[in-house]
Design a protein around this ligand. Structure first.
Ligand code: UDX
Ligand code: UDX
Ligand code: ADP
Length: 463
């Protein structure tokens, strides 16, 4: 079968960029991205492509090429579902905040709502593709709902997990290491798989398109993220050991990364990983393992999260300890709030937790991030509900200018590895800070020797 019309439910960090790239690469397919959030859809349709709601290098160019041609953004979910041959589900699947599995299991409420809506609206056969990260066996739920509508419409369910990383989404989508498609292994299932393979094959070499059964595909997504996060926690665990010995974590990372079995990527010690996927996916894996009674498996993976929480707390404690055990009333300047560079996404960013810990000690936090809007910083802190939002607004100030953010500060903390931080006029920053002027480099991006020459006291991670 040839797909002519695609609908994607959810215009977020995954749905938006993924569909923009499919539309760019497949001009013959009409792609409609729908979302319940009207403001979000309006922003995707903004005349000024720089105002689309997701910041990703290269994305606005892709959107301006395809939008209006074969890429559309709409709030009319029913119509888009009904017209489509293939429907991607790309809605959020946050960790549950209530009931059984609270704090660990994924909340599938939104996925189920989507499935019910698809079941209610569809008048012709469709291929439904899981794009959001989902716990293993979610396809079962989708099937149960979609295959019992009683109206004769047939659905095939595929799993096609997204491996794009934020900040490099467009590049990752244009040149993926692999595309993974899971589906039923019977004849109808294989046809559905083939339909999706044919879409990706328009720009991805065939040998990079892997097909599996649905369950392997679902589990591979959680496993990939768990392995990546584990590497960060492993290097971070050793960074603490380095700080107590004379080893340097950057040298250790380089030395082990040259072993081809280990490889050089994802070995950067940091203040801790963030993002919407790593923690959520591991918690999910832990929850699934526990639900099968696999205690050792669950404990093993849970340690990755425990280590990450420790790293964030340790960073905050180091700031407090170095500033003579009190930060009460002291200004600490944060450079960076996003969970990594080149994105405006702040979900689970280490900056939020480090700030929270310092605020608990009555510090004043000044924040500068090149892409994160002021309101987002307050929203992130208020979401933790550690203190009232009045208190958060009193203790935290967000700046549009990094030099203003650092002015009169006792310390500067680097929370995100934005390239521009390396090229600041650090002499000017030094001149306007209180002395001794401290820098806590949570990303090991600054030139230590140069800054020490200016007079800074530098505290990197892992040396
Ligand atoms: C991740 C996966 O990489 C991607 O394949 C999946 O589809 C979604 O989850 P993302 O969360 O966008 O992507 O970013 P990633 O580059 O993986 O970084 C995650 C976190 O780990 C960031 O906070 C980053 O700063 C941190 N990190 C990464 C480190 O601290 N050190 C490293 O060496 C690498
Ligand atoms: C290891 C290191 O590889 C080597 O660099 C170091 O100098 C000494 O320790 P070795 O113990 O000889 O070498 O063998 P290795 O190939 O690393 O295997 C170690 C164990 O892991 C074996 O029992 C092997 O069967 C097992 N293994 C390895 C697996 O079970 N699965 C794998 O994917 C790889
Ligand atoms: P992700 O990082 O997985 O893309 P986001 O939260 O950025 O997650 O995006 C998910 C989007 O899905 C949100 O914009 C949300 O409004 C949308 N969404 C959730 N449920 C539905 C639904 N039933 N119908 C349409 N859109 C939905």
């Amino acid at each position: 079968m040839t797909v002519k019309k695609i609908c994607c439910i959810g215009a977020g960090y995954v749905g938006g960029p993924t569909m923009a790239v499919i539309a760019k690469q497949c001009p013959d397919i009409q792609v409609t991205v729908v979302d319940l959030n009207e403001a979000r859809i309006a922003a995707w349709n903004d005349h000024d492509v720089n105002k689309i709601p997701v910041y990703e290098p290269g994305l606005s160019e892709v959107v301006s090429e395809a939008r209006g041609r074969n890429l559309f953004f709409s709030t009319d979910v029913d119509q888009a579902i009904n017209e489509a041959d293939m429907i991607f589900i790309s809605v959020n699947t946050p960790t549950k905040t209530y009931g059984a599995g609270k704090g660990q299991a994924a909340d599938l409420k939104w996925i189920e709502l989507c499935a019910r809506q698809i079941a209610r609206v569809s008048k012709s056969d469709k291929i439904v593709v899981e794009k959001s990260t989902l716990p293993v066996r979610t396809a079962r739920t989708l099937k149960d709902i979609l295959q019992h509508t009683g109206n004769g419409v047939k659905f095939q369910i595929l799993s096609n997990p997204e491996f794009l990383a934020e900040g490099t989404a467009v590049e990752d989508l244009l040149k993926p290491d692999r595309v993974l498609i899971g589906g039923d292994q019977d004849e109808e299932g294989k046809k559905a798989i083939e339909a999706l393979v044919n879409i990706y094959a328009q720009w991805v070499p065939r040998e990079r398109i892997l097909t599996t059964n649905v369950w392997s595909s679902e589990l591979s997504k959680l496993t990939a993220n768990a392995f990546l996060a584990q590497r960060v926690s492993s290097i971070n665990a050793l960074s603490e050991l380095c700080e107590h010995t004379e080893a340097d974590i950057n040298e250790v990372a380089r030395a082990i990364g040259t072993d081809s079995r280990i490889g050089p990527k994802f070995l950067k010690a940091s203040v801790g990983f963030g993002g919407s996927c790593f923690q959520k996916d591991i918690l999910n894996l832990v929850y699934i393992a526990r639900s099968y009674g696999l205690t050792e498996v669950a404990d093993y993976w849970e340690q990755v999260i425990i280590m990450n929480d420790h790293q964030k707390k340790r960073f905050a404690n180091k700031i407090i300890k170095t500033l003579y055990n009190t930060v009460n009333g002291k200004k600490i300047a944060f450079l960076g709030w996003a969970f990594k560079k080149d994105t405006n996404d702040t979900r689970e960013s280490a900056a939020i937790y480090v700030a929270d810990h310092l605020l608990y000690e009555q510090a004043h936090v000044g924040v500068y991030d090149p892409k994160v809007p002021e309101q987002q910083v307050y929203t992130d802190l208020d979401y933790l509900a550690t203190r009232s939002s009045d208190e958060n607004s009193k203790l935290v100030q967000v700046y549009n200018d990094p030099y203003e953010a650092c002015k009169d500060a006792h310390a500067v903390a680097i929370l995100t590895e934005w390239d521009e931080f390396k090229h600041y006029d650090w002499q000017r920053i030094y001149d306007n800070m209180l002395k001794p002027a401290h820098i806590f480099d949570g990303r090991n991006i600054l030139d230590k020797a140069k800054l020490e020459n200016i007079g800074f006291k530098i505290c990197p991670i892992g040396s």
